[in-house]
Ligand binder design. Structure first.
Ligand code: ATP
Length: 424
């Protein structure tokens, strides 16, 4: 299958089956904003839950946080975003390289051509006004990353949890960037969701700890079913490192539009806590309880995108197979991520006894599993519908079930059907 075809098929499946819709579609849509439908919202929630379980619940050294989207404007001066996101940028029309206009001396530093687009003020941060007055003193930003909400709460978390180094703070939440080069479905959005850990360590432990996080984050995607050959690590060159970062390594996925970043794992050194100490006047140094030494910890930051991860899981799960001369589309999503775990399908929707038995089975199973009941088509069509949205098991109730209490369970991946005794 050609890569463009695959992307088109995924976009169309997402709309048809209720995973992802264009935002405000009835008004013609809004650029690079997307809405998650009935199944997409379940999938995305499962992605976040799997992440939260792996970085918070399954560990002893990380706690969660849910900070505000709107923060004191000084936060973004301290973090470098006010200054760093206000450059005038131009694109080289030949090699597509992007440069700060004030850094250019005539020719393109990468290909030597002298043909640029018009300069554009590239303020990635979006803003609004707080309160009734619309003057500059009330201007606040929509956060462009969740990380800063963690740094400004560093002391609160230490004081309320008595944490000792090394420890981390995790958070998921919306971020906003006024992306200029938008596109590729949910890969690059203007409103998106991040999942970030800020892991605080002594400067001496930072490099080793960074290595460990790179391995662990790569493995998280593999454990949730992404094929290893579709993942790679990419080290940032010194020219692309953010001003604060000592080292950064991306986990990339082989999307139909090429290898692209899923998550960046950076060693931010002690930049953020130092900056917030300077700008807020609060000393955010960590105090070692035994030696009483005070110092700024280093920070290792695994920073992933919920939407990009969700898209990668969808792309990787998409399969077309020939079954009895027909193409079967199946989403082989990991069972921890599937929007629905079991579909309960009565074979005859006009037979009240079958329908009652099926509904009773559903109300029993839904205590432990996300289930769906569907009797709106013939069984073949119902199976295909569930395959397309990745439901691992279809349970059917037929006339025989009324007598022997046996139901049929069909496995999504093997399409093998087996009889099971029902309690109902
Ligand atoms: P890119 O180079 O693709 O713009 P970035 O390096 O600016 O990404 P980070 O600032 O490292 O991204 O943000 C961390 C993570 O947040 C990214 O790895 C990505 O998963 C997610 N992310 C960032 N920008 C967007 C966006 N516009 N839409 C969706 N997800 C995003």
């Amino acid at each position: 299958m050609k890569n463009n075809d695959l992307m088109d098929k995924i976009v169309s499946l997402c709309k048809r089956r209720g995973f992802i819709f264009q935002s405000s579609e009835i008004y013609g849509g809004l650029g690079s904003t997307w809405d998650y439908g009935p199944l997409g919202s379940e999938l995305k929630r499962n992605v976040k839950n799997a992440w939260w379980k792996s970085v918070v619940h399954n560990r002893d050294d990380i706690v969660g946080l849910d900070a505000s989207i709107l923060m004191h404007p000084k936060t973004w001066e301290a973090s470098g975003h006010v200054e760093g996101f206000n450059d005038i940028l131009v694109d080289c029309k030949k090699c597509k390289g992007r440069f700060r206009q004030d850094h250019l001396k005539g020719k393109c530093p990468s290909c030597g051509e002298n043909d640029f687009t018009e300069g554009r003020a590239f303020n990635l941060m979006m803003s609004t006004n707080l309160g009734a007055m619309e003057d500059s003193s009330s201007k606040v930003f929509f956060r462009p990353e969740t990380a800063q909400g963690i740094f400004v709460n560093f002391q609160n978390v230490i004081d309320s949890t008595s944490r000792k180094l090394p420890f981390g703070i995790a958070q998921t939440g919306k971020s906003f960037r006024n992306e200029v080069t938008a596109g590729n479905f949910t890969f690059r959005m203007r409103e998106f969701e991040q999942m970030e850990v800020e892991y605080f360590v002594t400067p001496q432990e930072a490099e080793k700890c960074h290595e460990k996080w790179i391995e662990e984050r790569f493995q998280w995607y593999v454990d949730l079913g992404i094929k290893k050959e579709n993942l790679q690590l990419r080290e940032h060159g010194s020219d692309e490192l953010a001003h604060y970062a000592k080292r950064c390594c991306d986990v990339e996925y082989n999307f139909p539009f090429g290898w692209s970043e899923l998550e960046g794992i950076a060693n931010r050194a002690d930049f953020d806590l130092k900056q917030h100490s300077k700008f807020s006047g609060n000393d955010l140094r960590y105090q070692d309880k035994i030696t009483n030494e005070r110092f700024f910890p280093y920070v290792i930051e695994p920073s992933g995108g919920v939407d990009r991860a969700t898209l990668a899981f969808l792309v990787d799960a998409y399969h077309e197979e020939e079954v009895e001369g027909k193409i079967r589309v199946v989403l082989k999503l990991n069972k921890k991520l599937v929007p629905r775990y079991i579909a309960i399908l009565p074979l005859l929707k006009k037979n009240d006894d079958i329908v009652n038995m099926a509904k009773n089975i559903k109300s029993d199973l839904q205590k432990d599993f996300v289930c769906v009941y569907d009797d709106t088509a013939a069984i073949g069509k119902l199976y295909r519908r569930q395959d397309e949205v990745g439901t691992p098991y279809c349970l059917t109730v037929d006339v025989q079930s009324l007598e022997d209490k046996q139901v049929t369970i069909r496995d999504r991946d093997t399409i093998i059907k087996k009889e099971f005794l029902s309690k109902i």
